[in-house]
Design a binder for this molecule. Structure first.
Ligand code: HEM
Length: 365
């Protein structure tokens, strides 16, 4: 598509699909032309849930909302979580060792770790974590191009009810968690509205879990396919951060992001009308030969590596420092405990069914 139809309209849905690095970067960052407003004026289903959230607002509201949470996610605040993340990883790996030598890496490490971390940050009680992960998986499986199914609608209502009860509880008994700080926060003398609070909770739940799970799973898969890199990492653990950057480029956990044309514009020689839905294919941009030499090769020595896996511009992933830290600790701990870690031969590796997130359903190791 990058060569043959870099900006392409799907006749059925009417959406414009964008594949080249330069065009994807433009769509992600030129917010005046490519709006993040979701679902138009009357969003439905999951759209409703995120309608008031950071990821679906444009400036100036976006800047105000983002300023409320940036503090919790700066590299410095996130680094303070490292000992807790390391302890949690250690506990999950202890449980994995009791499996008699084989395990599903997704189910036993990559899946629970980010859920526990984000639920602790948000002050979600431990007994509710499983429901949390389930909601996140169902909501992510819905793409904006497809109408919400009944299952997705009922999951969304269940999740909304849960968050409303939690918000009420924190209003009367504030704690030392993100929801309590959002309740206390004010923008120009105004508190956040209930839909805005719900938008924040849902966004953190969805954005932070499935994505980081897939980064960890995809990293283990990349190492299995590149034994040379695996061996180098055992000798040179300092190589891990750049290895993870290459995993983010090569197997991007978020493959696509959506925008709406705020005005008529020309992109890749195509005239896109105002109001048209646009899909920016991050996964394709990250394999663009015009930007990356030997783009189809996994090469941890790539420098610079200007991948777009966390987006670009004002919506650049808020959780990037946290995702990088969790993945680094998970991989470091795995390689220290199990230097000979390998994917089970002949395992049937199945991808998740989603056009947005990219990762495996399970990874037997
Ligand atoms: C935004 C990817 C982990 C929270 C984004 C965007 C991407 C992305 C591509 C840009 C969206 C856009 O331009 O519309 C990823 C990947 C992750 C990850 C690949 C893991 C490997 C996390 C985590 C959190 C998080 C751990 C939070 C705990 C957010 C939020 C936004 C966002 C709140 C919206 C920012 C804004 O609109 O200003 N992420 N993310 N993400 N991400 Fe992540």
């Amino acid at each position: 598509m990058r060569a043959a139809a870099p900006v392409f309209q799907d006749d059925q849905s009417g959406s414009w699909h964008v594949f080249r690095y330069d065009d994807v970067q433009r769509v992600l960052s030129e917010h005046a032309t490519f709006s993040s407003r979701m679902g138009g004026e009357n969003p439905s289903g999951t759209g409703q849930l995120f309608a008031a959230s950071l990821i679906t607002t444009d400036p100036p509201r976006h800047r105000q909302l983002r300023s409320l949470v940036t503090q919790a996610f700066t590299p410095k605040s996130v680094d303070a979580l490292a000992p807790r993340i390391a302890a949690l990883t250690g506990e999950l790996l202890d449980a994995m060792t009791t499996g008699g030598g084989s395990a599903d890496l997704i189910r036993e490490l990559a899946y629970p770790l980010p859920v526990i971390v984000i639920s602790e940050l948000m002050g979600i009680p431990a007994e509710d974590r499983e429901r949390f992960k389930h909601w996140s998986a169902v909501v992510v499986s819905q793409t904006r191009t497809a109408p919400a199914s009944e299952r997705q609608d009922s999951t969304t209502s269940e999740m909304v009810e849960y968050f409303l009860a939690l918000i009420d509880q924190r209003r009367s008994r504030p704690g030392n968690d993100l929801i309590s700080s959002l309740l206390a926060a004010e923008i120009e003398g105004h508190k956040l509205t209930v839909p805005e609070l719900l938008g924040f909770c849902s966004l953190l739940l969805v954005a932070g879990n499935e994505t980081t799970t897939n980064l960890i799973g995809n990293a283990v898969l990349c190492l299995a396919e590149s034994p040379g890199t695996h061996a180098r990492l055992l000798d040179e653990p300092a190589l891990l951060p750049q290895t993870l950057e290459e995993v983010l480029r090569f197997r991007s956990p978020v493959q696509s992001m959506y925008r709406v044309a705020a005005a008529e514009t020309v992109l890749g020689g195509q005239r896109i009308p105002s109001g048209a839905p646009i899909v920016a294919w991050i996964g394709s941009a990250n394999r663009d030969e015009q930007q990356f030499e030997r783009a189809a090769e996994f090469d941890v020595d790539r420098n610079p590596n200007r991948h777009l896996a966390f987006g670009h511009g004002i919506h650049f992933c808020l959780g990037a420092p946290l995702a990088r830290l969790e993945a680094r600790i998970a991989l470091e701990s795995l390689l220290t405990r199990f230097p000979g870690l390998s994917v089970t031969p002949d395992a049937q590796l199945e991808r998740m069914e989603s056009s947005i997130v990219y990762g495996l359903k399970s990874l037997p190791v």
